[in-house]
Design a binder for this molecule. Structure first.
Ligand SMILES: Nc1ncnc2c1ncn2[C@@H]1O[C@H](COP(=O)(O)OP(=O)(O)OP(=O)(O)O)[C@@H](O)[C@H]1O
Length: 228
């Protein structure tokens, strides 16, 4: 299949977002256009405060208040109900954040099982999938550990496995290795990318790190409210 014919997972047209603080209005996104095709891993760069997290929240349907068109896997989400957004998040999207946000009272495996149960997968199948994902991230000896008993890199690997648990078409990652030392960040990012590729997903990964960004398929830069 040529690139041209590959399905677009993300199509943003003229996406805008402003915030008001008292009398001051900040225009953060001023007309963002972006296409991401299936299997593409895209780095989102931009200075602190340029709106990277805001853009990920728009695509992740995590907040309202956006103008413009946000199509995910061909579906326009702009005027959908909250339950429509919840369905799309569950069926299409996986999230990784800078901090792992794992459930502290549950094991690594249970943290990866949980989103699958919520999506309707049976327990036995969910456990098999969780073990396979965690094993592919080198955590086969850590399945029953609680997050507090894992290193920072291991915690982020569990978060990566959780993000991929429901086979999302798109992984949205906001500084996924920003909390790790450089060597660990490189390894975890490489693992995230290879798992995204194996699973046939696409990814949009916000980072400050030019070196890590250069390893991705494409780099887009947020600058003064638009993508270069
Ligand atoms: N809920 C909010 N209310 C008011 N202003 C906000 C809100 N969320 C974000 N902003 C403002 O929007 C701008 C962009 O923030 P955002 O977090 O998207 O930037 P970023 O590029 O992700 O930054 P960083 O790299 O530091 O994480 C900032 O000026 C921020 O203060």
């Amino acid at each position: 299949m040529s690139d041209h014919n590959k399905q677009k997972v993300v199509e943003l047209r003229d996406v805008r977002r402003s915030f008001s603080q008292g009398d001051v209005r900040i225009d953060v996104l001023k007309g963002v256009n972006l296409d991401i095709r299936s299997n593409e891993i895209v780095a989102l760069l931009g200075p602190s405060g340029s709106g990277k997290s805001t853009l990920l929240q728009a695509i992740g349907l995590l907040e309202g208040g956006f103008e413009g068109s946000i199509k995910l896997a061909g579906e326009e989400t702009a005027h959908m109900s909250a339950s429509g957004h919840t369905r799309i998040r569950r069926e299409l999207l996986g999230f990784v954040y800078q901090f792992h946000h794992l459930l502290p009272d549950f094991s690594a495996k249970e943290n990866v099982v949980m989103p699958q149960l919520i999506a309707g997968t049976g327990k036995a199948d969910a456990e098999v999938r969780a073990e396979a994902l965690l094993t592919s991230l080198g955590l086969d000896q850590r399945l029953d550990h609680k997050p507090s008993k894992l290193s920072g890199g291991e915690q982020q690997r569990v978060a990566v496995a959780r993000a991929l648990a429901n086979a999302p078409k798109l992984v949205l990652a906001d500084e996924p290795t920003g909390n790790l030392d450089e060597a660990t960040a490189d390894i975890v990012l490489a693992e995230l990318m290879s798992l995204v590729r194996e699973e046939g997903s696409a990814a949009l990964i916000a980072t400050h790190n030019e070196r890590l960004a250069s390893k991705m398929d494409r780099v887009v830069r947020l600058h003064e409210g638009v993508l270069d």
